[in-house]
Design a protein around this ligand. Structure first.
Ligand code: SF4
Length: 461
């Protein structure tokens, strides 16, 4: 392929005040979420138990770790949802699931034997508050008893539609410090179109109740690209959200994949915003949050200056894992529950996705791993570069990879001034951040077949 001029000649970074360029062919390109490298689509089926056990046994005493617990149930299923979740309409099914979860916790805890130190515990789903508050308290208690967990930071995703005073009390009793609320949109007609009715007063009350109990680190998940959502709807939602003063917010683009996610067929695709409007909505969210004093973090998060995510971002410690951008810097994450993912520096393991199959495995005291991928050194290096690029908006490339950057399509992205290259470092300017995943996709395409070289040539120089 032709390279017209050395890339080092294209170094000059664009001024940070440039407007976002609108490049529809890039915006319409499907790209991974890059919550892991290699991505989940590369995991191998039917393996993982032995690899998971070996990785657990290799954890050295005192190693800091994080835990993730997946509750794959919701009281009401939203049409747009791409999560692994089902209806929480049968108490016996939820009770059986929690019993299986406790068995898995005991199994893994037994292998670990108290060696690791639990720093963070995250509850996600689904909706963790689809279970009873007392069941949540019991789960936290089991984790604290079985693992070495002295005052871990606990975070919980919450569905405001199922929030209650009892939940506020349970969270406070468990010393939960951080919650994430699924808000998505405040526009009533958009809420109807996505099957998620939650009036403003419900969110307001939820926030007040949490703050009254000392839980002030609150994230809002918001969405653009929703059916019947106009630019004004998006702007009003963001302004209303800012008025409730969350410490951080994420603004995700809705991905309409009805062939893969049958529940999305309830959404009329003719009512979805087009590429241009989606772009304008994302840009408006960025403009409104940053004008209100939030810092843009990663490519879709906003955080107040004092928020831990923003501080981690500023210090270059922010990470990206299966939960998205995080200030959790543990290198080991153990996942529990159906579809939960465990991450080690050299291994990723995913549990059985199907909740009923997971229940029968875990409740019988069997390992629940269903797929995994081992990460050779080269994958780890590429994964580390992608993580730094997405979190810090820049990454130094080891010498062995540098010659590959002259190839399309990264070369084209550099010419479009979405990313710059100075011979050692790739950097994404503010106006290119919206294209971060497209840049990461182009980079991984170039690096995946790079020669491994010896260790000296792989060192950043
Ligand atoms: S509450 Fe969240 S996890 Fe549950 S269906 Fe709605 S979007 Fe999905």
């Amino acid at each position: 392929m032709a390279v017209a001029e050395p890339l080092t000649a294209m170094l000059d970074s664009a001024p940070e005040t440039e407007p976002w360029p609108y490049i529809p062919e890039l915006l319409e390109q499907p790209v991974p979420r890059f919550t892991s490298y290699p991505p989940a689509t590369h995991f191998q089926d039917g393996v993982g138990d032995e690899q998971y056990r070996s990785a657990l046994e290799a954890i050295a005493p005192g190693t800091p770790i994080s835990l993730y617990l997946h509750i794959p149930y919701c009281n009401k299923i939203c049409y747009y949802c791409g999560c692994n979740t089902g209806a929480a309409n049968r108490k016996t099914r939820l009770d059986a699931y929690l019993g299986a979860l406790e068995k898995e916790i005991e199994l893994v805890g037994g292998i670990l034997g108290g060696r690791a130190k639990v720093k963070h515990i995250a509850f996600g789903g689904g909706s963790p508050n689809a279970i009873e508050p007392v069941q949540f308290v019991r789960l936290v208690d089991r984790l604290s008893t079985i693992f070495s967990a002295a005052n871990p930071e606990i975070s919980v995703e919450l569905d405001p539609r199922n929030f209650s005073l009892e939940w506020a009390l349970a969270l406070s009793a468990c010393n939960v410090r951080r919650v994430s609320l699924g808000v998505q949109t405040f526009a009533p007609h958009v809420q109807r179109a996505i099957g998620r009715i939650q009036p403003f007063a419900m969110i307001e009350e939820c926030v007040a109740s949490l703050k009254m109990r000392g839980i002030s680190t609150i994230n809002f998940d918001l969405m653009y690209g929703l059916p019947q959502q106009s630019l004004a709807d998006l702007e009003e939602t963001v302004e209303t959200a800012i008025g409730l003063h969350p410490s951080r917010a994420a603004l995700f683009g809705y991905a309409h994949l009805p062939d893969m996610i049958p529940r999305q067929r309830k959404i009329d695709s003719s009512l979805l915003p087009d590429t241009r409007l989606r772009f304008e909505q994302a840009q408006a969210g960025f403009r409104l949050f940053t004008a209100a004093g939030y810092e843009a973090v990663g490519f879709d998060h906003f955080a107040l200056p004092e928020d831990a995510l923003n501080i981690a971002h500023k210090n270059g410690h922010m990470r990206r894992n299966f939960q998205g951008f995080t200030d959790d810097d543990c290198n080991i994450l153990l996942g529990f529950g159906a579809s939960a993912i465990s991450q080690f520096p050299g291994l990723i393991v995913q549990n059985e996705k199907h909740a009923a199959r997971y229940r029968s495995l875990a409740s019988a005291g069997k390992p629940a791993a269903a797929k995994c991928i081992e990460k050779p050194e080269q994958s780890r290096r590429i994964g580390a570069i992608i993580e730094r690029l997405l979190c810090d908006h820049q990454a130094v490339l080891p010498a062995i990879f540098r010659s590959r950057l002259s190839a399309a399509p990264l070369n084209k992205l550099i010419r479009q001034r979405l990313v710059s290259w100075d011979g050692k470092r790739l950097a994404i300017p503010d106006h290119g951040r919206h294209y971060s995943r497209q840049i990461a996709a182009a980079l991984t395409e170039l690096l995946k077949d790079a020669p491994t070289g010896d260790d000296r040539t792989l060192l950043p120089g």
